[in-house]
Design a protein around this ligand. Structure first.
Ligand code: IMP
Length: 217
């Protein structure tokens, strides 16, 4: 039996403002009042796990231990079939420059802080090209959510959306790898869709539907 989330305060174990906003909106109707780990000055633990669930759990566990409140964390990424599901948990890290990197012209619009997703998308494309013209371009996004209580109990939920990768990237909406990902049954990339359209079918929406069904209703 899934442990239910009682109305009250919950820490969102993320320093990403966009994620905190999205999660706050999703939980508002259930009497949950989220506060962010950043507003409590909680440190960000290193993501040393070997799966999305591991990383979500370790982020939520650190926040629950330090705050004494229930904590929620998410970890997500892009898994490419032909690349053995890489970049996977390394999705954000593929966008970090290893050296002083001068963004290419077509990276405009794909820079997020110190991360360059033009570079990350090009690496995916380059690795696929190296496997030959017949290579599968199937991929999926995964979102893992971990809820951890101060007594150590945890509940995990995983969502996914399947699709395929196009090149060159298309569309300026969304973030990360959105501009090269076309969800199954669609012709447009996530980057070409309005945010509401993406949010209705995304891996994050899938994971949250599972969390709400199990822990909030
Ligand atoms: P996290 O903050 O460690 O969970 O990193 C997630 C990374 O996965 C992001 O920085 C993106 O690179 C990628 N990612 C996750 N979800 C999406 C999405 O919905 N669209 C595009 N990229 C995503």
């Amino acid at each position: 039996m899934t442990r239910k989330l009682a109305p009250g305060t919950l820490v969102i174990a993320s320093h990403n403002e966009g994620k905190v906003r999205e999660i706050t909106a999703l939980l508002g109707p259930y009497g949950i009042e989220p506060v962010s780990a950043a507003s409590l000055d909680l440190p960000e633990p290193e993501e040393t796990g070997t799966s999305f669930i591991d990383n979500a759990d370790l982020k939520a566990r650190a926040a629950a231990d330090l705050s004494g409140m229930v904590a929620l964390a998410d970890d997500s990424g892009l898994c490419v079939d032909a690349l053995g599901n890489r970049p996977g948990i390394f999705s954000a890290r593929w966008a970090l420059a290893e050296d002083a990197h001068v963004p290419a012209d077509d990276d405009a619009g794909h820079i997020e802080g110190d991360r360059d997703f033009g570079r990350a998308m090009r690496r995916v494309q380059t690795e696929l090209e190296a496997l030959g013209p017949e290579v599968s371009r199937n991929a999926h996004f995964v979102c893992a959510l971990a809820l951890v209580w101060p007594d150590g109990h945890s509940e995990w939920f995983e969502g996914r959306v399947d699709g395929s990768l196009v090149w060159p990237p298309r569309g300026a909406n969304g973030f990360g790898y959105d501009a090269m990902f076309v969800p199954e049954g669609e012709t447009r990339t996530f980057g070409e869709m309005a945010p509401d359209e993406k949010h209705a079918i995304s891996h994050r929406a899938d994971a949250f539907r599972k969390l709400v069904a199990a822990a909030l209703t």
